[in-house]
Design a protein around this ligand. Structure first.
Ligand code: SF4
Ligand code: SF4
Length: 227
């Protein structure tokens, strides 16, 4: 059994992908998966599809055809849960939710683990500070795209807001409450398992080389959240 096996109650395995997805705690009973008419409105409005080969309409088609090859797709990891597809779908379907279940199924089979590093970064920051932020990996890519001056501008934003006599950005301080929820829902155990899985897979791939979970530190702290 894979190290990253989820709890059975979360996604009981069905005979088909459709059955599994519909039984998942992540989807609602009213999910219009089987009502999909392949209109493509999801793909037309999907930001990830606009800039990459990811295609939510074809993902839904593969699921309806019970094609487990979807679990192998690199593009499965391109969705970033903006939920535009769900909003636009005329049949009450949600490719965003499908992706969540499919990713978990992929992880259960030891696939796509390398994509979890960014999520772990995000989760760790959330647990420590009670807020979300872009993982360092994305910040580096954005700095590449927009230039270091953009990062510098974002870091100086609080100062700039003060100068402009704007209110400071409000950061909720509910860390203990959030930590309690994360503890109660098994978040930290799950993170440990994922890290173990990642290390094992990195060791298999590169001999004894280990995955480095230390942050790069370039954009650490609260200032990173506003970047
Ligand atoms: S928008 Fe809805 S109905 Fe249209 S292809 Fe996408 S999932 Fe199917
Ligand atoms: S949630 Fe994912 S699939 Fe849906 S529109 Fe956003 S990026 Fe695309």
């Amino acid at each position: 059994m894979s190290l990253i096996q989820i709890e059975e109650y979360e996604t009981p395995p069905g005979k088909t992908l459709v059955e599994t997805i519909k039984a998942s705690i992540r989807t609602s009973e009213t999910l219009g998966l089987e009502r999909c008419i392949q209109c493509g409105a999801c793909t037309a409005s999907c930001p990830a599809a606009r800039f990459t080969d990811y295609n939510p309409r074809s993902l839904v088609k593969s699921v309806l055809e019970n094609n487990r090859g979807v679990l192998e797709l690199e593009t499965l990891w391109n969705c970033f849960y903006c939920y535009t597809c769900q909003l636009r779908c005329p049949r009450g379907n949600s490719p965003a939710k499908l992706v969540q279940v499919l990713r978990q199924l992929a992880l259960n089979e030891g696939k796509g683990l390398e994509n979890m590093e960014h999520f772990l970064d995000l989760g760790e920051f959330f647990a420590a500070h009670g807020i979300s932020r872009l993982p360092d990996y994305y910040l580096d890519k954005m700095a590449e795209a927009f230039g270091e001056s953009w990062i510098e501008f974002k870091k100086k934003l609080p100062e700039l807001r003060k100068e402009l006599e704007l209110e400071p950005l409000y950061i909720r301080d509910e860390r203990l409450e959030i930590r309690g929820i994360l503890e109660g829902t098994g978040h930290f155990e799950r993170v440990k398992k994922l890290k173990r899985g990642l290390k094992e897979s990195a060791t298999k791939k590169k001999g004894k080389e280990e995955v480095n979970f230390e942050k790069c530190g370039r954009y650490s702290g609260k200032e990173a959240f506003i970047v």
